[in-house]
Design a protein around this ligand. Sequence first.
Ligand SMILES: [Mg+2]
Length: 248
Amino acid sequence: MLETPWLQKTGYLLNAAAAGWDLDDLQEQRVALPQCRVFFDFDNTISSFDVLDSLIEHFAIDGQWRVLEQRWVAGEIGSKECLRGQLRSLRATREQLVDYLATIRIDPYFKRILDVLKAQGVHPLIVSDSFSFLIETILKHHDVHGVRILANRLRIQGDRLIPSFPYENPACCSCAHCKTSHLRNEDSLGKVLVYVGDGRSDYCASMQAHVVFAKDSLAEHLEQKGKKFIGYSNLQDVYEALKGLNHG
Ligand SMILES: [Mg+2]
């Protein structure tokens, strides 16, 4: 096992997550990829825009979804209530969804990141407050396989979409999918937690990570919280940074 300063100190990692690490800290701590557990948000992180929002807009039969969206943005309802209500306004068969999802592009550097991680025995996770069927379909279309996806579930009956939420936290109504729970579970213990995200559903989980790649409202949120993060504009930035840790 590699001897790094953080491995020698019990509890050091737990405290380090609160302050966050930037690129200089990563070098200083001599963090190598095999010591990391890496989490990716999907919408507007791996995809270049919010796929779920666009899909809802495309297949909605009325404007009710906009009202729910505004209530969610205002913090009046959680994402579970929002998503449940929004899906009630959608009419789309499996075939229509698959056709639509075939038009969605992903950041080309995601595949290159996967290659770098897999070469070091790191198996990243996608944690999303969207639906696994949508993400799986998009990734399959781009020939991306073998990435574990943790997300809400979707059952398709005719042209009706019925959601379920296997990772909700009953004690918190903010997110339909409690991403934070994956950063706090046993598999994450003793690991350097790396999180890549962009938006509101990443606020809570990113506070648990040691290294956060952040853009857009997530970057603003972390700025306000006084937590260090690494800004990025696309996954090429993340790729370059992670590749730099490849010498452990
Ligand atoms: Mg996102």
